[in-house]
Design a protein around this ligand. Structure first.
Ligand code: PXG
Length: 445
């Protein structure tokens, strides 16, 4: 597969595309262009094979180029390319909601469709407000997020998020009344823990402190990622999420799990909430719902929330919220085909059986130069590097670039290298991925 796959843009043709979350000028002086994908691999525009260590961007859980999805999408485009879902409906939207409700955590079986993780988050925050209002508690307007959390880029998601670079330029436009729990990363206590760290469940008690400060009666919801992805793969200490659930229950505060990354099999169960046995009131998803093939997101709401909102007068719209493309028929077709693949190939639970091997492979990198922590759960892994003095992120960025040159794609966030391969990854591919990363880490000073 060495033939050039598509015409390369000349360097002066790269300016029009203002790239997201990208160092545009740096990228455009040495572009990394992907042109084709199949199974576990991408091919660059000049024909090099790259193993995908991040499932695209944490979304291509069943691997690339799945024919079944392509066929379902093609068929749907030929049958009905668009249909509205405002005061109208189309059958596969209902079919998809029913299918999702079958794999949902207990009672989280009312599904609101969006087009991305960011929209799912903003939708969930709005549903939380609408729920309290419907229950006569409209004064509950505060949200509690967490440091280093990532909840997309809408104003709501940015406000509850906790990554400083994503917030600082927009500080004046953040939602009022948002507070944050401290994050759960503690390398001093938990370095190189395999799976969930033992130390740190008590960090959840900080929610009680924030409740003491603001009063429970002002707080609508707490939102956390069960495992933070973008913030650098931060794991919940054993017992931490259960404790958050208890405190929320005691204070009538809704608990929202942002499962945009952890959903759809990433950690060995359909959702992290099932893996950790903690059921939130709202769950946000996207990415793996369509294997990344067509944009789509979904908010899973507890029945009690849907039912409370359905108390509005008969004939009135219960929730003044929705997107032109909510339950877009082509996205629904892609999602249904994706769920079929997940089921047929057991992919929603496969990470559980592969993760011991994944864990061993990753932890073999312990002891390499500058490696200060390794974190893993399910098919998520992260290697934390010591930052270069005065140049945060530089070492990890160099490793990311070198990995790409050597034929593996990983993600860099700060001084963390994160990995989340397609759930179809085979043992020898795990070995290749981690060995290549190890070679690069040895070379980069
Ligand atoms: N919530 C979580 C937990 C996410 O990880 C979003 C919301 C937003 O989703 P959309 O579809 O609006 O991008 C995300 C997105 C990375 C990386 O590797 C992670 C995401 C996006 C881009 C890069 O750091 N997650």
């Amino acid at each position: 597969m060495n033939a050039q796959l598509s015409p390369l843009p000349a360097n002066n043709e790269l300016d029009a595309f203002w790239m997201p979350f990208t160092a545009n000028r740096q990228f455009k002086s040495g572009p990394r262009l992907l042109a084709r994908a199949e199974g576990m691999h991408y091919w660059t525009a000049d024909g090099r094979e790259i193993m995908d260590g991040v499932a695209g961007l944490w979304c291509v859980n069943a691997g690339h180029g799945r024919r079944e999805i392509t066929e379902a999408v093609t068929k749907q485009l030929g049958t009905m390319e668009f249909a509205p879902t405002f005061q109208m409906g189309h059958p596969i939207a209902f079919e998809l909601a029913n299918r999702l409700s079958e794999i949902a955590p207990p009672n989280l079986d009312r599904i609101f469709f969006t087009n991305s993780g960011s929209e799912s988050v903003d939708t969930a925050l709005k549903i939380a407000l609408a729920y309290h209002r419907a229950k006569g508690a409209g004064q509950r307007t505060r949200f509690i997020g967490r440091e280093k959390g990532y909840h997309g880029v809408g104003f709501g998601g940015t406000s509850v998020g906790g990554m400083v670079n994503n917030r600082k330029a927009f500080a004046s436009a953040m939602l009022p009344g948002v507070d944050h729990l401290r994050h759960t990363l503690d390398i001093e206590h938990n370095a190189f823990s395999r799976g969930l760290p033992q130390w740190g469940a008590h960090l959840a008690n900080e929610l009680e402190r924030l409740i003491g400060l603001h009063d429970a009666s002002t707080i609508a919801a707490v939102i956390v990622e069960p495992i933070s992805g973008s913030g650098g793969v931060l794991l919940p200490p054993v017992g931490y999420l259960k404790r958050l659930r208890e405190i929320c229950d005691k204070n009538d505060i809704l608990l929202i799990f942002d499962e945009v990354i952890t959903g759809f099999g990433r950690i060995g169960k359909p959702f992290a909430s099932l893996a950790f046995d903690v059921t939130p009131d709202l769950m946000t998803t996207a990415k793996g719902i369509t294997n990344g093939a067509i944009p789509m997101g979904a908010v899973f709401a507890h029945r009690k929330i849907y039912d409370a909102c359905m108390q509005a007068p008969e004939g009135s719209i219960e929730l003044f919220h929705g997107y032109t493309y909510s339950a877009h028929p082509v996205a629904c077709a892609a999602a249904l085909a994706t769920l079929d693949i997940y089921k047929k190939e057991g992919l929603l639970t496969r990470a559980a059986s592969v993760s011991p091997l994944w864990e061993d492979a990753l932890h073999a990198l312990r002891g390499l130069p500058h490696v200060i922590d390794i974190r893993n759960y399910g098919l998520i892994g992260a290697v934390e590097l010591e930052p270069r003095a005065g140049k945060p992120g530089a070492r990890a960025f160099e490793i990311f670039v070198k990995c790409f040159e050597r034929g593996i794609m990983v993600r860099q966030t700060g001084d963390t290298i994160a990995m989340s391969p397609p759930l179809i990854i085979e043992p020898k591919q795990i070995a290749q991925l981690i060995e290549t990363l190890g070679e690069v880490i040895r070379e980069v000073a």
